[in-house]
Write a protein that binds this ligand. Structure first.
Ligand SMILES: [Fe+2]
Ligand SMILES: [Fe+2]
Length: 200
């Protein structure tokens, strides 16, 4: 079971330690949206109370380790991968999901018998603006001082999953990938969290 209060405390500490302008407004906005009790998904990973914050912290832990290894192999990367940026994009890449999961009674068959259980359904109606782009816009509206690399990493963190059939989308994603090592770190950390740390 996820320790929601301990995770909230850790999340606050890491984000405040970045010293970024706008952090307090971001924390207040996340509280208002229910970010710290939200699940990470309806059923794929951490579909439980506090799952979204747990996922964000998992991505942070993964991203820090990946950064260290990559900088050991290519020391010149260090200047493009500030610790504060790694923290910001890891903790805040999925703020788009803060309010989209609603509790719902679902049905499942266990040993041949149907039973009710409390699960989650998704509802994008409060602010239907996409995924990574919604996170970036939400953070900017709260006044967070994001760098261009941080915006690119958050915007494109879903990798191929967020690309439409539009060639413009692919071209933008490819350009962002070429110039932004922070994006590669976030994509790797997000995938490893969901597929290794968060599987039962
Ligand atoms: Fe995401
Ligand atoms: Fe994620």
């Amino acid at each position: 079971m996820i320790d929601v209060d301990a995770n909230r405390k850790r999340f606050y500490e890491i984000l405040r330690a970045t010293g970024k302008c706008g952090v307090e407004e971001v924390l207040a906005g996340l509280e208002a949206l229910g970010f710290f009790s939200a699940p990470a998904s309806t059923r794929f990973h951490l579909a439980e109370e506090g799952g979204l914050c747990q996922h964000s912290l998992n991505v942070y832990d993964e991203a820090r380790l990946i950064k260290v290894l990559q900088c050991r192999l290519r020391p010149q990367l260090e200047a493009r991968l500030a610790d504060d940026s790694v923290a910001v994009v890891s903790l805040l890449h999925d703020v788009c999901k803060a309010e989209v999961y609603k509790k719902e009674i679902k049905h499942r068959k266990v040993n041949g018998k149907w039973e009710d259980y409390e699960g989650y359904a998704v509802d994008y109606s409060s602010f239907p603006l996409g995924h990574g782009e919604k996170s970036v816009i939400r953070l900017l509206r709260w006044g967070l001082d994001l760098t261009e690399d941080e915006m690119l990493a958050i915007r494109w963190h879903m990798h191929a999953w967020s690309l439409s059939d539009s060639p413009e989308d692919s071209a933008n994603f490819n350009k962002a990938s070429e110039r932004c090592p922070l994006l590669a770190i976030l994509i790797a950390a997000d995938g490893l969290s969901a597929r290794i740390l968060e599987t039962s």
